[in-house]
Unconditional design. Structure first.
Length: 277
């Protein structure tokens, strides 16, 4: 059954999604939005987008359907070691500089935030890169906060189970060291080993919230290929919040198609897509 999404209805959802998530849907995304929302209409046995909008905004008072709708419209493209230059920087420059600074201050704690973690490949990649420095980091307190707007992808991320074809790009020695092979129904899958999973805390977080519930500051913030879905104002507001929550001289890493050029920010340019407070 084909249900039409007219321009007025598109405008209603466009504003709702922007206000709740910061995602800026242009008119060119109308058909994409329609196809994704159709899943929710079928799930709720509704016959029009007008009915669904009313259900989300008025009838579902718990807010659960709003979360499900945002899950449905958010894009979650990711892979292990995506844009690998960032992980080379982390291993070869960012981490050594950080360790030298921390040792001078007699501090043995590293905090990383992966903002927009999707199904977990990025925070697990970060965890593996840090684990490769086990000798240098023995006895250190290492934690990674991984956040996303989508509860659906967070559940998959917490499980840490991936089909074999999702593991492309992982060096063989890392695959053998940090994953365990599944059996039975999961014989073609691999799971991140428990000791790595325990270094990561997955949480739902909306990056457009005015404030974030963090007490300490981070040494590295990864927010890659997320801001491309935001307009300039939302991007600028988010970058300002990143600056606030990053420790002095620490690093922000953004996606290859993103830049802080033209943004009023105090971040210092290090190299393409890498900035320092």
């Amino acid at each position: 059954m084909d249900i039409d999404l007219n321009d007025k209805e598109f405008g209603l959802f466009q504003r709702l999604i922007y206000n709740e998530s910061g995602i800026n849907l242009t008119p060119a995304k109308k058909e994409l939005l329609k196809s994704r929302l159709m899943k929710r209409l079928r799930e709720r046995s509704l016959s029009s987008f007008k009915e669904y909008y009313q259900y989300v905004t008025e009838e579902n008072t718990t807010g659960e359907e709003l979360v499900s709708m945002l899950d449905c419209v958010s894009t979650n493209l990711t892979e292990f070691f995506r844009e690998s230059a960032h992980f080379d920087f982390l291993s070869e420059k960012g981490l050594p500089i950080l360790l030298e600074s921390k040792r001078k201050n007699r501090e043995k704690k590293i905090r990383t935030w992966c903002a927009g973690c999707s199904t977990g490949e990025e925070p697990y990649t970060i965890s593996m890169v840090l684990a490769e420095h086990t000798e240098q980091l023995s006895g250190w307190d290492i934690k990674i906060l991984a956040t996303d707007l989508s509860t659906r992808v967070l559940k998959k991320a917490m499980d840490g189970v991936y089909a074999k074809d999702r593991l492309r790009g992982i060096p063989l020695h890392m695959l053998n060291t940090y994953f365990k092979k599944g059996d039975g129904n999961l014989k073609d899958h691999y799971q991140i080993k428990d000791y790595l999973r325990e270094t990561i805390m997955f949480r739902r977080l909306n990056l457009t919230d005015e404030t974030f519930p963090f007490k300490g500051q981070f040494d590295f913030i990864f927010c890659r290929n997320v801001m491309i879905y935001f307009d300039k104002q939302t991007q600028a507001e988010l970058v300002a919040k990143f600056y606030k929550h990053l420790a002095p001289d620490r690093y922000l890493l953004i996606g290859h198609s993103e830049s802080l050029a033209g943004t009023d920010t105090r971040f210092r340019y290090v190299r393409p897509t890498i900035y320092q407070k």
